[in-house]
Design a protein around this ligand. Sequence first.
Ligand SMILES: Cc1ncc(COP(=O)(O)O)c(C=O)c1O
Length: 383
Amino acid sequence: MTLLGGTLGTAQLAEFGSWHKPKFTGHRHCTGGILAHVMEFACGGDHIVRRLPHGGSRELPEVDPDIGVLLRRQADKQVLLRVTPDIDIDGHRAVSTGVTDQKFGFALAGGRAARAIKRILDQPSLELVGLHCHIGSQVTDAALYGEAVRRMIAAMAEVRAEHGVVLSELNIGGGHAIPYVSGDQELDLCTLADFIDDALDAACTAERFPRPRIVIEPGRAISGRAGVTIYRVVAVKSQRGGRTFVAVDGGMSDNPRVGLYDAKYTVALANRHPLGPTQPMTVVGRHCEAGDEIARDVVLPTDVHTGDLLAVACTGAYHHSMASNYNMVGRPPLVAVGNGCSRELVRRETITDLLARDCGWTNPQPAPPRHDTGGCDALLRGI
Ligand SMILES: Cc1ncc(COP(=O)(O)O)c(C=O)c1O
């Protein structure tokens, strides 16, 4: 199955490459315009057939990079198209992916999705089996998925009316919220199921459309709570009338979410049971940015000191995979812990790792002196 206009980004390149390289046979995870580049790196260009845009149609630049990727030699031909149903989750704009004015998918508004659908249906080598959308992340209101279902079924009914094709699959993406701090709401799965079911019933009845197979893509809801990041305190700075900063041995290189969209976290002292007073503090990272913060106004013991360990909860999704070498800092290890045992899953990055791509440089032999008698050279040498 291939997904157009969809999900796999360069961020997942390494994962994609490591899963697929050894036994790559076809594309089962796909994306929009950057797919070709991702796959070229991960799987080698031979697995991708790109088609150059034909002249003439104005729609082609919008559609061709995606569809062209699919015209490959030996891949399966089933296609889902990612569309944007214009649903605003009222969250941070960085994770509001269901509105029309952002980079993902083909908008239902303005007929863009309809044109892409037609282009796919016009390709005898492709079989459009359904539509996909992902309205955003940290969605707490299940009713938004109900609305998405309603709009998507209406779009599927339009496809049937226009082309006589009954799409049998509807993927409504993920975005199921988990609580990062106390008081955060999470998406209740039973409520979600009810909303999806009711919306399907209503929309399919209204459109006289057969119930499609429903697919959901819970992301962080699966693994987010399974991860905890442990930092070591490297310094504490208190200022009269100002904040108290607790600096740790990590930061925005292992967790860019705070800087990217002001994510909030729960932090606790992890190496001892503090008995004394507490106060709000700001946990900051080791990088050269004042904005390199991990959590603001978290309550920690006033005697927190260098060498203490801090645990940051809910870092099992979008942390290891988002980590970078910002400031040429090595990434931390990933350790599985259970039943009193621990096992390193990903080792700590070393300086050798950081320098592995360095091609080296040797001073080239100085060029033999030239004896020009004019031009710049002459000027420089005072001739
Ligand atoms: C297409 C798609 N599906 C599902 C998800 C999972 O989202 P979340 O982890 O917010 O549930 C994402 C995340 O960005 C996505 O892009």
